[in-house]
Design a protein around this ligand. Structure first.
Ligand code: NAD
Length: 314
């Protein structure tokens, strides 16, 4: 089938497109930036990349008319855009997403998938010590979170009013060697240590819910290619870990790593890190590799790229 990936040359997109091509799908990517910068995730040669701006309805509509996709996924977003440019970020996050829904409606695209985020839930303290499900209330207050909450609201409207098939995935804290936007403390910790550089981070007890970029790409591929998913929204879930615990895993592989924290604590101020992803796992057979395995992979990806000796699994 034919798949239109909007915002596909960033962190997650190239890995998703590689998976779609391996499954023999026809992939067209529309992005403002037509060449991914990452040395770790080259675009598969069979993917066609066109330049287009998701905030311009005409660009999205033209892509839908030309590609005639069976599936459309929107990954274009203002990650790590901060709170300083509300108008531009609103256009990208809110208008851009709506443009995708509307163009898909007008173009008769059978299924649409979009990236929401764990950020919609806000702080873990709203939920106590329990896992958050897709049906829980959302408490996110950042501009990013509020935009994602609105995207979910708008998806529900399109589903209700036009009986469209639109599915959201809420990725947790995606990690990988080349992540540069969004939450990056966990990335800095692994990548700098792998390069032999000292790392200092503010809070040792700060919690993250990690999912490797290859794993979230697989989640998106399965949800996107499904004909009739049972739900409109899925938590990716991931592996909860404090930055201090992550540092300990890194030190198992790199005993000389210089990782320090300014302070202990942070757990109580952490964003949502306990998430129930049973909906996704049961329906799509998703299972993540152990965190240690993924940490070692990231360390060795970085070291290979830097020409440093690789670390063996202990
Ligand atoms: N990476 C994470 O940790 C994480 C966590 C939760 C949710 N998500 C969501 O997953 C999605 C993909 O994340 P990512 O990490 O790959 O992001 P990314 O920033 O690496 O990629 C986004 C892509 O969108 C493109 N883009 C930006 N503005 C555009 C525009 N106006 N028109 C067309 N393309 C435009 C960028 O060039 C980039 O290729 C986003 O919606 C993000 O919010 C990511």
């Amino acid at each position: 089938m034919s798949v239109l990936v909007i915002g596909g040359t960033g962190f997650i997109g190239p890995r998703l497109m590689r998976r779609l091509i391996e499954r023999r799908e026809t992939v067209v990517c529309m992005d403002l930036n037509t060449t991914p910068a990452s040395p770790y995730a080259t675009l598969p040669g069979q993917a066609t990349v066109i330049r287009g701006d998701v905030t311009r309805f005409g660009d999205v509509m033209r892509a839908v008319i030309e590609v005639k996709p069976d599936r459309l996924i929107n990954l274009a977003y203002g990650l790590g855009a901060g709170e300083g440019n509300p108008h531009q970020v609103m256009r990208l996050d809110v208008l851009g997403m709506d443009n995708c829904f509307e163009a898909a409606r007008l173009g008769g695209v059978k299924r649409v998938v979009y990236a929401s985020s764990i950020a919609v839930s806000g702080q873990q303290s709203h939920f106590g010590d329990r896992q958050v499900t897709e049906d829980d209330a959302t408490y996110g207050t950042s501009q990013y979170a509020v935009h994602k909450i609105f995207n979910e609201f708008q998806a529900k409207k399109y589903i209700k009013n036009y009986a469209m098939s639109i599915t959201g995935v809420r990725p947790a804290n995606v990690t990988g060697p080349d992540k540069v936007r969004g939450s990056t403390d966990h990335v800095t910790l692994m990548v700098d240590a792998a390069r032999g550089k000292p790392v200092q981070l503010p809070r040792k007890g700060f919690m993250r819910l990690l999912i490797h970029v290859e794993d979230i790409a697989e989640v998106f591929a399965r949800v996107l290619l499904a004909d009739t998913p049972r739900h409109d929204l899925y938590n990716s879930g991931g592996i909860p870990v404090s930055l201090g615990e992550l540092a300990d895993i890194v030190r198992e592989f790199l005993p000389d790593a210089q990782i320090t924290f300014e302070k202990d604590g942070g757990r109580d101020e952490s964003g949502n890190y306990l998430v129930d992803n049973s909906r996704l796992c049961k329906e799509f057979g998703i299972e993540y590799p152990p965190l240690r395995t993924r940490v070692l992979e990231i360390i060795n990806d970085v070291r290979r790229e830097a020409g440093l000796p690789l670390i063996a699994l202990r």
